[in-house]
Ligand binder design. Structure first.
Ligand code: NAI
Length: 350
């Protein structure tokens, strides 16, 4: 009987999301040991020393790659670095989990897939965590079981609470813009419910409602996209950085025999406030509050998949997005970005 040993993980990137992942890996994922942390920023390394259970600290990625004790790397670095860092991780013999998107560039995604084919024994997955959210997963299983007939339409949105400090304006030069940063999740969800159907054409438009600073890098703070898929399937996407009430990310899958609505009311919890203004709930303030369990579940799944490989067992389906799924999400996200900036439909050839 094969025995499993803990998966030793090194995390790169300890920013807004990296700290959350690091805390999960260090304290909430059985079978994982967060053995090293890497960031070029001193304050982030101080945070790691104070908060994490004694990880080895590296101030550059090369040193993390060279850390021979590590089985896997966990990348929460700027999107513009993902492709090169995944390739370097695979070449260093490490399993790799990387945050979305795989890359901002389709050719770079293809390069990652080509290198990954040389290392079929290594796990490589991209963090489309919505696939691990309990409600999305339940809806997916219902759709698979035929509850709504043939799903032919997905309406999905990723909308963040307005940040008056404009964090994402500073973040925009490396984020790839609203379609590659936000809508990429909705694209992945549509492809998931459509069983990986191929997208054929994209339309998009957008506006700047509040954050003029985005104009400089050709971005918008509210974007709308329509994507046609083979077989007459359609997806309608909305992304926003300017919601007043909170992070309101939800989806709807419409089929020939019914529809599934996932997370339409972005309420924080089950408390309703009855007051002079009526009856209301507070909203999930951030993507992390909304998807806290999904981030944890995706870490469990990755660690279990890597542990099985390390124990010489047949690969288990981790249930996350593959590199090929992530490539498609980038291809469609780029088409939406182009459609938004030119005002013209963009064909997505086979
Ligand atoms: P951030 O800017 O707060 O953090 C980036 C981190 O990378 C910082 O710790 C920075 O010091 C570090 N870094 C920069 N260059 C590095 C290098 N060469 N080697 C190692 N570390 C380096 O950004 P944030 O918001 O944490 O996003 C990081 C990634 O996570 C992005 O790709 C983003 O798309 C993704 N993300 C995913 C979300 C989701 O819903 N799944 C939500 C938010 C972010």
């Amino acid at each position: 009987m094969a025995t499993r040993r803990p998966v030793k993980i090194g995390i790169a990137g300890l920013g807004r999301l990296g700290k959350q992942h690091a805390t999960n890996l260090a304290y909430r994922v059985p079978g994982a040991v967060l053995a090293a942390a890497c960031s070029p920023v001193d304050e982030e390394l101080d945070w790691a020393r104070e908060t994490l259970p004694d990880p080895r600290i590296h101030s550059d990625y090369e040193a993390l790659l060279a850390d021979r004790e590590l089985d896997a790397l966990w990348l929460v670095t700027p999107s513009s670095l993902h492709a090169d860092q995944i390739i370097a991780a695979l070449r260093a013999g490490k399993h790799v989990f990387c945050e979305k998107p795989l890359s901002l560039d389709v050719a770079e995604c293809e390069r990652v897939l080509s290198v990954a084919r040389e290392y079929p024994h290594l796990e490589a997955t991209i963090g489309f965590m919505r696939r691990f959210d309990r409600s999305y997963r339940d809806a997916y299983e219902k759709a698979r079981a035929g509850t709504i007939g043939r799903p032919f339409m997905v309406r999905s949105q990723t909308t963040d609470q307005n940040d008056p400090d404009g964090f994402f304006v500073r973040f925009a030069p490396t984020s790839g813009g609203i379609f590659l940063d936000c809508t990429v999740h909705d694209i992945d969800i549509a492809r998931w419910f459509f069983n990986g159907a191929r997208a054929t054409r994209a339309f998009a438009t957008g506006t700047i409602a509040l954050h003029e600073g985005l104009r400089e890098c050709g971005d918008v703070d509210n974007g709308v996209g329509v994507v046609e898929f083979e077989g007459g399937r359609l997806a309608v996407f909305y992304a926003s950085r300017t919601m007043a009430h909170g992070c309101d990310t939800h989806s709807e899958v419409i089929g020939t025999g019914g529809a599934l609505a996932i997370g339409h009311n972005p309420r924080l919890n089950r408390v309703e406030i009855y007051d002079a203004g009526g009856v209301r709930s507070e909203s999930t303030p951030t993507f992390f509050a909304r998807f806290e369990d999904a981030f944890l579940n995706e870490a469990h799944a990755f660690v279990q998949a890597v542990a099985a490989r390390m124990a010489g067992m047949p690969p288990v389906a981790a249930g996350g997005a593959t590199l090929a799924d992530a490539l498609e999400a980038t291809r469609i996200g780029r088409a939406l970005r182009e459609a938004c900036s030119t005002g013209l439909p963009v064909d997505l050839p086979a």
